[in-house]
Design a protein around this ligand. Structure first.
Ligand SMILES: NC(=O)c1ccc[n+]([C@@H]2O[C@H](COP(=O)([O-])OP(=O)(O)OC[C@H]3O[C@@H](n4cnc5c(N)ncnc54)[C@H](O)[C@@H]3O)[C@@H](O)[C@H]2O)c1
Length: 253
């Protein structure tokens, strides 16, 4: 694959698949803007990418819940590299885990403080929405671009405790992805959602069942992202693609 001359923004790029995607794009010659709330790590990872001497990178502090910070990240990408070809919305996660909710303290969904769910809805849904709004201005002017959303099998399955996560991810997988594709088509802009099952960015995901009897290696998810972002993926648009080892086809009950 060749991403020479292309520029990608990757959010949630201080760890997991957001970081791996950025490293992969750079390894194929692309420019990458690593965005995360964890500024120290994205700066360090950008330095490592630059030292490797293939693609170029900058690390930018950006809380995806803050529209001003999102616009500032977009502007830094344009200033550094002259345009934005790919936006990959990796920042996300379940609020119950990310906000370290102790399940033994709270009984059920209505007993968990609403602030926890605010966080999850904002990071998982509003963040990609904000980024789409900010970046589409640039992509429209360029008459080209791709927005990659990252959904989740949980967006299809629901979760009776951490309800914000499937709610936000389903919004991303279907409503936002199709809507951006509808807007973008006349400007040669595509939008695709890639929705993993369990991924071993955390060892605990190994316990989530799939038909194939294992969780994904993060590279397996990133490989699909790269295919969709490459010229080979140019006819894939407005679609949610499950990559879950067949979990979506498992018998229920
Ligand atoms: N790991 C899985 O099993 C799995 C399965 C399905 C979907 N996903 C989705 O894939 C994506 C990446 O998952 P991962 O496991 O690689 O993630 P991760 O937990 O390793 O990384 C998430 C990153 O997001 C950053 N982040 C958190 N809040 C932020 C904010 N407000 N603004 C900017 N950055 C913020 C964190 O600092 C972190 O670096 C997420 O959207 C997740 O929901 C993961």
């Amino acid at each position: 694959m060749d991403f020479g001359g292309k520029t990608a923004i990757s959010t949630g790029a201080a760890s997991g698949m957001g970081l791996l995607f950025a490293q992969n794009i750079a390894s194929y010659g692309g420019n990458v803007v690593l965005c995360d709330v964890n500024e120290a790590v994205v700066r360090e990872k950008a330095d490592e990418i630059n030292a490797a001497g293939k693609g170029r990178a900058i690390g930018v502090r950006c809380d995806v819940r803050d529209y001003a910070q999102v616009c500032a990240a977009r502007d830094k990408a344009i200033e550094a590299f002259g345009g934005i070809d790919i936006l990959a919305n990796f920042a996300g996660g379940t609020a119950v885990r990310m906000c370290k909710v102790d399940r033994s303290v709270y009984g059920e969904f209505p007993d968990v403080p609403i602030e926890v769910f605010d966080w999850g809805l904002d990071v998982n849904l509003k963040g990609p929405f904000y980024f789409a709004h900010a970046v589409l201005k640039q992509m429209r002017a360029q008459n080209s671009g791709l927005i990659l959303n990252i959904g989740s099998i949980t967006g299809m399955e629901g979760d009776g405790y951490g309800m914000e996560y499937p709610t936000a991810k389903a919004g991303l997988m279907f409503g936002l992805t199709k809507s951006i594709a509808q807007f973008g088509a006349k400007y040669n802009i595509r939008c695709v959602c890639i929705s993993p099952g369990p991924v071993l960015t955390r060892a605990a995901m190994a316990s989530m069942k799939t038909l194939l009897g294992r969780a994904a290696d993060p590279q397996e998810i990133v490989d699909l992202c790269l295919f969709v972002a490459s010229d080979k993926g140019r006819f894939i648009n407005g679609e949610n693609i499950m990559i879950d080892g067949g979990r979506n086809a498992m018998e229920r009950g």
